[in-house]
Design a protein around this ligand. Sequence first.
Ligand code: CDP
Ligand code: CDP
Length: 221
Amino acid sequence: MQIAIDGPASSGKSTVAKIVATQLGFVYVDTGAMYRATTVLANRLGLDYGDEAGLMAKLVDAQIEFQPDQAGQKVFLNGEDVTLTIRTPEITNNVSQVAALAAVRTEMVKRQRQIADQGQVVMDGRDIGTTVLPDAAVKIFMVASAKERAQRRYAENITKGIDTPLATLQAEIELRDQKDSTRAVSPLRKAADAVEIDTTKLTIEQVVAEILAITKQKMPN
Ligand code: CDP
Ligand code: CDP
């Protein structure tokens, strides 16, 4: 059983995917964190974020690993804990450029499928239902208004002591969505057989319940 959850930035994918995975005993795979760790690698190497050949020379041997943690999951790049680094503005503002590189996507998709081959997964990202797991039994496309998504990010930032203006956050989210939706290789798209859930006015619990209900219908008895 595979559950694919796609959608634009801050629509609630990872929050909901983690809970669904825990409730079902599935492995949660945060593919956005993999592209973010790849962006950290480019940054550490001092590369231009568009330097595909320079990045690929190191990415093929780079280890990107997840480790369960009370707060969710820790992310490691070549053994270094980069859980906090991957969420910094430098990485957030450049990840879409790195994620648009065709060779980077081929490498990431290969790794994501290897993880999925090992067991039951809930995987979230932008191209899971369309490209990574086209045969997933459950495909969800999660959306919410840009204003609501910016407000959620704002509220999350405040708890971390970060006070970026709401308008800046909304502009950043809309720019990233635009880049992710218009790139040449596997852009952000709703798969033809995905169920769209608009979470603008829903609580996390309501979204989780909806996905669990859809999943139960697909589960073999
Ligand atoms: O959590 P947030 O919505 O901020 O983004 P994320 O899921 O961590 O993904 C970060 C970026 O990685 C996205 O904006 C995309 O550029 C890229 N990404 C992708 O291209 N394909 C995926 N399957 C997942 C993420
Ligand atoms: O993974 P993605 O970027 O799609 O979103 P996220 O990192 O899960 O962030 C979504 C934020 O909105 C979190 O702070 C959640 O607590 C909040 N939220 C949500 O995920 N779903 C709702 N229905 C309401 C709020």
